[in-house]
Write a protein that binds this ligand. Structure first.
Ligand SMILES: *[C@@H]1O[C@H](CO)[C@@H](O)[C@H](O)[C@H]1NC(C)=O
Ligand SMILES: *[C@@H]1O[C@H](CO)[C@@H](O)[C@H](O)[C@H]1NC(C)=O
Ligand SMILES: *[C@@H]1O[C@H](CO)[C@@H](O)[C@H](O)[C@H]1NC(C)=O
Ligand SMILES: *[C@@H]1O[C@H](CO)[C@@H](O)[C@H](O)[C@H]1NC(C)=O
Ligand SMILES: *[C@@H]1O[C@H](CO)[C@@H](O)[C@H](O)[C@H]1NC(C)=O
Ligand SMILES: *[C@@H]1O[C@H](CO)[C@@H](O)[C@H](O)[C@H]1NC(C)=O
Ligand SMILES: *[C@@H]1O[C@H](CO)[C@@H](O)[C@H](O)[C@H]1NC(C)=O
Ligand SMILES: *[C@@H]1O[C@H](CO)[C@@H](O)[C@H](O)[C@H]1NC(C)=O
Ligand SMILES: *[C@@H]1O[C@H](CO)[C@@H](O)[C@H](O)[C@H]1NC(C)=O
Ligand SMILES: *[C@@H]1O[C@H](CO)[C@@H](O)[C@H](O)[C@H]1NC(C)=O
Ligand SMILES: CC(=O)N[C@H]1CO[C@H](CO)[C@@H](O)[C@@H]1O
Length: 332
């Protein structure tokens, strides 16, 4: 057992010596150790590892490709994915992490990482997925995220990010998922969100956003838009009721007012879950509600809708839940 690491060491020394005379392979070795020192820097920034997950496992006796949470590429043996989710870790992110230049996925969710995110992470040009959900990161969302041009999923839910969303984020044309639930973000959602034509999921619950821009209506791949428990005011931008691929729309718990367009079902033919409760919407319910054939859940409680409940609501055969309390509606 004792002899094995030493044997490995002497083999890799020989390899290293061999490689010094052969450029490209030498570069690979160099960068393999670059990845190792980046991960060791991360380990040294972890102040608490209550389950001794990294303490015991991230040992220089074995290749980083065998370390828990680390995935390497098959050919080049560079780190392609780092997943430290649910490990109960406390610590900060060192700038060295920006040296993991082959990284595609970075998952840190449900830990207690804190502080701000180092600008060096902007060098991770191959990143497609970031999940920093449920940690204690704070500060404004750094604008350098806008340079991660391959990013498809950006999740920072459950942190203490504040300020408005930097417009640079809307430079990320490959983005499919944005999840910023549960932060202290404020201001208007920038109009440039209309540029992100690949978006499928937009989650902005539990923040202090004031306005959804009309431009969001041009996004025709979005299946889920959730902006509940914010401070949205005024009438809803007509663009929102025009996002034809929506299956879930939640505007629950804001200060929205005005009416709901009578033809809402023509524009949202796929809608399954519609949460409009706890606002100040008024006017009648859409008369052709039966056209929302896929509707499963319809929540309109705590508003000021008036008039009668449309008779044809009875032929929504999929409907499982409807909440209409605390309005000014009369019977069928
Ligand atoms: C580290 O964890 C990985 C994955 O759980 C395991 O395969 C490996 O044997 C562990 N290494 C050590 C030295 O504990
Ligand atoms: C990330 O790690 C957590 C905890 O080990 C695990 O539950 C989860 O499935 C992993 N995710 C991926 C995509 O590998
Ligand atoms: C890695 O990153 C750190 C901090 O950004 C830097 O000081 C270091 O020189 C970089 N390179 C290597 C090979 O570790
Ligand atoms: C993840 O963190 C959130 C917030 O702290 C918590 O509500 C949730 O239960 C956690 N999930 C797991 C699987 O630990
Ligand atoms: C926007 O993306 C382009 C190309 O992907 C990049 O060159 C530019 O620096 C990015 N701009 C910002 C503000 O991040
Ligand atoms: C959004 O698209 C418009 C053109 O449609 C362009 O002028 C603008 O620079 C883009 N904004 C960002 C942040 O990429
Ligand atoms: C609704 O969408 C259609 C095409 O999808 C577009 O022509 C129309 O201008 C949009 N209306 C609003 C109010 O955004
Ligand atoms: C509800 O709407 C009616 C008119 O339909 C209006 O008179 C009333 O003040 C509104 N109530 C609230 C609480 O907004
Ligand atoms: C639903 O009800 C409306 C009005 O009562 C009726 O015109 C329509 O044909 C019905 N649709 C279906 C699918 O039964
Ligand atoms: C209910 O609506 C009627 C007419 O639509 C209106 O006169 C009345 O003030 C409303 N009641 C409340 C409590 O808003
Ligand atoms: C040859 C090569 O890929 N070199 C890279 C090694 O890693 C450093 C830090 O990430 C890069 O700056 C080099 O370009």
């Amino acid at each position: 057992m004792e002899g094995q690491p030493r044997l490995l060491l002497s083999i890799s020394l020989t390899l290293l010596l061999l490689c010094i005379t052969r450029g490209p392979v030498a570069a690979q070795i160099t960068n393999f150790t670059t990845d190792q020192s980046a991960l060791l820097a991360l380990k040294s920034h972890i102040t608490s590892d209550p389950h001794n997950i990294l303490t015991a496992n991230w040992s220089t006796d074995t290749s980083i490709c065998n370390w828990v949470g680390v995935t390497c590429g098959i050919r080049h043996l560079r780190v392609t994915a780092l997943n430290l989710s649910y490990m109960g870790l406390t610590g900060t992110i060192p700038p060295h992490l920006g040296n993991l230049s082959f990284l595609v996925e970075l998952r840190f969710r449900n830990n207690s990482f804190h502080g701000t995110l180092p600008q060096e992470l902007a060098r991770l040009r191959r990143l497609e997925l970031i999940n920093f959900g449920f940690n204690n990161f704070m500060g404004t969302i750094p604008a350098w995220f806008g340079s991660l041009s391959k990013l498809q999923a950006f999740s920072i839910f459950g942190n203490q990010f504040s300020g408005s969303i930097p417009v640079a984020i809307f430079n990320l044309s490959a983005l499919q998922v944005i999840n910023m639930d549960n932060n202290q973000l404020s201001g208007s959602i920038p109009r440039e969100i209309g540029n992100l034509t690949m978006l499928k999921v937009i989650r902005l619950d539990d923040n202090n956003f004031k306005e959804i821009p009309n431009e969001i209506g041009t996004l025709d791949q979005v299946e889920s838009l959730s902006v509940q428990s914010n401070t949205l005011t005024g009438p809803v931008s007509m663009g929102v009721f025009n996002m034809s691929s929506l299956t879930t729309l939640s505007l629950y718990g804001n200060n929205l007012n005005g009416g709901i367009p009578d033809n809402i079902c023509q524009h949202l033919p796929k809608i399954q879950e519609l949460f409009l409760g706890l606002n100040q919407f008024d006017g009648p319910l859409p008369s052709k509600l039966w056209q929302c054939k896929k509707l499963l859940v319809f929540v309109l409680e705590n508003n000021n809708f008036s008039g009668s409940i449309p008779k044809n609501i009875g032929n929504l055969t999929q409907l499982m839940e409807i909440y209409i309390a605390s309005n000014n509606l009369t019977g069928i």
